[in-house]
Each structure stands twice: as structure tokens, then as C-alpha cells.
Design a protein around this ligand. Structure first.
Ligand code: GLY
Length: 423
């Protein structure tokens, strides 16, 4: 089988690694891919938003299956283009990817179908948003409706900050048209958990749990990032929490999408908040999480290609997911200054230390190849993952392995997975 993966970050590297373990697969392409994937996949210089070019490439190369890793192409309708061309593709169509693409849509869906989430209001008029805030309780959350590279969520401590937030999103348009509409939402407190799932339109199969660390600095301080590290499983995702979510959230979401004529096939990523009133949905994503994927896939026993096929064919009810009884921790190595200003083009050394070590992985996020060298090419550069018998061991190993890699201005959080000590 020939498989094409669309995307070029750490998530796609982990997906490529997992696909490469399938005995069914002879050849993997990744578009655009990155400097670290080349041992597993041939990188193709086509951007993830160049749908027609990607479909033409898939036809020319007789690709059997295309897997879309990223949110932007999914929300832009890449799956519809591939299907129109008669190509086999894994991911939700545009009318289902709206589950991630529009916060207003997903909040209205949850309200209509009784799926637990924070109270909210939607605004298209900045003046009305400001009037509403005059009588609101703080802190409060402002969310740009559309995709904003994970950065369109503002937590505002008081009225002044919230009014400034309305200006940033709706008037200054810091995230472009993503801020044409905003959701103003009750601030929830609790522990966050990420739960990824495979969905075939009717059936949902839940993967193991994980937790991300979104802030740049230790102690959850600093700016929001794409994610600075993850661990899996989350000890806070207890069997009771799982049972509650299965009854009130997971299947209900799949059924709601179907009832709306937006059958969802692909990955639903449930961003959950474990509040004092029970688990609630913080957000939905329509794709694998990054860096959640770097800790979830190394623990998965199934052949991932079988799961992609089952979702496309609507036969997921015949499959159960299986995970190793172990744990994984991923520490992101970033370029100092991320997510604001940082240097690129710095040579990376030490990557060969991972060769032949089954419990250690280095997934490339922002790297490129330059002759025989690998250079930094983004804010999040690498994800170093280690697997251990439990979270403590995995964490110790991940931090050991993080020291094997060297580049100037290397930066990482030192407290990834520290929360497990409180469990
Ligand atoms: N780790 C959060 C995300 O993938 O959106």
C-alpha cells in the first residue's frame, strides 16, 4: 500500500512512524513533511492547503490512502476535494470539520444536544459583547470563533482585560476573520484532559487519555503555545470519569453530528475539563492532538492503517482499540523565545543517540535538512518521547533523552508531567 500524510509537524511525524509499522504499507509520502521524517517517508514539496496539487499527486502516484493531520486543510475542505476525485482519504469532510472550525457551532451543538460544557453567549457585534461583559462574572473566557493557530482563546481577569480582548479579536482582527464572531464563555476550573477517538460516522472508539502543557513556562506561566509537552495516560482520567464521558459526551457528540446531517468520520479530540460539577467539554478538535499524538501512538497496539480503513468504511464497530499497560512522556524542545521571536537555522546534534532504542522517540516538528545536517526551522523544534512502566519512569527517561539533543537556544519546560506527583 502507498500512503500519503498531509502535514509537517511532530504530530505528522508520529503518524508516519505509526503507519510505517503496518505490514500493509510499502511506501509513505508526507506533504510537506519535515527534515526528520526522511528515513520513514519521502517528503513532497506541496503545501497542505494546495488541495488540487495534492489530489493530482495522489492520483499520479496511485496513493491508496491519504491521511490528513492538520486542522486548516480539514476545515478548508481537503477531504471533499479528494473524495470528488475518487481518492480514499481519512478525515472529516468540511461540513463535519466545523466541529473544530467554529466555536459558535460546537457550543450551539452541545447546548442543543445536552452535552456538558461551560455556559456561553455568541457575539458578532463588538458593542453588544462589551455591554454583556459589564454584568459578567470574572475571570471570563473569550474565544475567536474560527481557527487561530490555537491562540484565539483569551482568559480575562477583569472587565478592562475583557474589553481589551474584544478589541484584539473583533476590532484589531489579530486573528483575521476568525474574530468576526466570538464566544464569551464561563471560566471553568479543574484539570484538563485530552481524549482522542476514532469515529466512523456512527461508532466511536476512545483512545487512551493524555494531558498537554500549553503555557510556555514552568508552573503554567507565560504565553499560550501549541503545546510544550504531554503525558499519557492521565491519572486523573479515572474509570468513573471515563464512564461519565461515555454516557454524556462521546457517543452523544457523534450522534448529534449525524442528526445535523454532518456525519463525522475521522478523529474527534475531546478537550475536557474535569470540574467540580463533573467533566465538561472545553473544546473539540477534528484531528489528532499535537503533542498528544507523540505520547498516545507509541502506546497503541493496533495497526493504525486498519483503523483508518475502518473509519472510512464504517466498520469501526468490529474493532476494539488496545493500548500497552505503560506510560509515555513527551518533552518539547523549543527555540528560546517561542512562541514570539526566535532564531531558525541552528544546527542540531545528538539525534543519532535515539537509534536502536525502542523506548525513546524523537519526533521532528520544526526542522529542515541541509545537506547532511538537520537545522532548526520553527519554534517547536522536536518532541522527545520516552515510554516507561509508569509515568514516573517515563518522565525520568524523557528528561534524560532531552539532554542527548543539543542546539543553540534550546529551551524546554522542566515540569512536564510534574502533576502526576499529585495524583
Ligand atoms: N495539544 C492541543 C492541540 O493539539 O490542539
Amino acid at each position: 500500500m502507498k500512503v500519503l500524510v498531509v502535514g509537517g509537524g511532530g504530530r505528522e511525524h508520529a503518524i508516519v512512524w505509526k503507519i510505517a509499522r503496518s505490514p500493509k504499507v510499502d511506501k509513505i509520502y508526507c506533504a510537506p513533511g519535515n527534515g526528520g521524517m526522511e528515513e520513514l517517508a519521502e517528503c513532497v514539496n506541496i503545501g497542505a492547503m494546495e488541495f488540487e496539487k495534492l489530489a493530482a499527486f495522489a492520483k499520479e502516484q496511485e496513493i491508496d490512502l491519504t491521511v490528513i493531520g492538520m486542522d486548516d486543510p480539514l476545515c478548508g475542505g481537503i477531504v471533499d476535494v479528494f473524495e470528488r476525485e475518487g481518492l480514499r482519504v481519512f478525515g472529516p469532510r468540511k461540513n463535519a470539520a466545523i466541529l473544530e472550525g467554529s466555536n459558535a457551532f460546537s457550543k450551539d451543538l452541545m447546548k442543543k444536544y445536552g452535552i456538558p460544557t461551560a455556559a456561553y453567549e455568541v457575539f458578532t457585534d463588538p458593542k453588544k459583547a462589551e455591554d454583556y461583559l459589564e454584568n459578567a462574572r470574572f475571570p471570563i473566557v473569550l474565544k475567536a470563533d474560527g481557527l487561530a493557530l490555537g491562540k484565539g482563546v483569551l482568559i480575562c481577569r477583569d472587565l478592562e482585560e475583557a474589553k481589551a480582548g474584544v478589541k484584539t479579536l473583533m476590532l484589531d482582527k489579530q486573528f483575521g476573520s476568525a474574530g468576526d464572531e466570538i464566544v464569551i464563555e464561563e471560566f471553568m476550573t479543574g484539570r484538563e484532559v485530552s481524549v482522542l477517538s476514532f469515529v466512523d460516522g456512527k461508532t466511536i472508539r476512545i483512545m487512551t487519555s493524555a494531558q498537554d502543557h500549553k503555557r510556555a513556562k514552568d508552573g503554567d506561566r507565560g504565553l499560550n503555545t501549541g503545546g510544550m509537552g504531554t503525558f499519557s495516560p492521565s491519572p486523573f482520567y479515572t474509570p468513573e470519569v471515563d464512564a461519565y464521558c461515555r454516557e454524556h459526551i462521546y457517543q452523544k457528540t457523534v450522534d448529534a453530528m449525524r442528526a445535523e446531517g454532518r456525519e463525522f468520520k475521522g478523529i474527534i479530540f475531546f478537550g475536557l475539563m474535569l470540574t467540580a460539577d463533573g467533566p465538561k467539554v472545553l473544546e473539540y478538535n477534528a484531528r489528532f492532538g499535537d503533542p498528544e499524538t507523540q505520547v498516545v501512538l507509541p502506546r497503541m497496539k493496533n495497526d493504525i492503517v486498519d483503523l483508518f480503513e475502518a473509519c472510512i468504511d464504517g466498520t469501526l464497530d468490529r474493532t476494539e482499540l488496545e493500548f500497552e499497560d505503560n506510560a509515555a512522556v513527551c518533552v518539547v524542545l523549543a527555540s528560546d523565545g517561542y512562541p514570539e521571536k526566535y532564531e531558525k537555522g541552528l544546527p542540531i546534534s545528538g539525534l543519532e543517540s535515539f537509534r536502536g532504542k525502542a523506548d525513546y522517540f524523537v519526533f521532528h516538528a520544526g526542522t529542515r535538512k541541509d545537506g547532511g545536517r538537520i537545522l532548526t526551522n520553527g519554534g517547536r523544534v522536536l518532541g522527545v518521547t520516552a515510554v516507561g512502566k509508569d509515568l514516573k519512569e517515563a518522565r525520568k527517561k524523557a528528561y534524560e533523552a532531552a539532554e542527548w539533543v543539543k542546539f543553540d537556544n534550546k529551551y524546554m519546560r522542566s515540569d512536564i508531567g510534574k502533576a502526576i506527583d499529585e495524583a
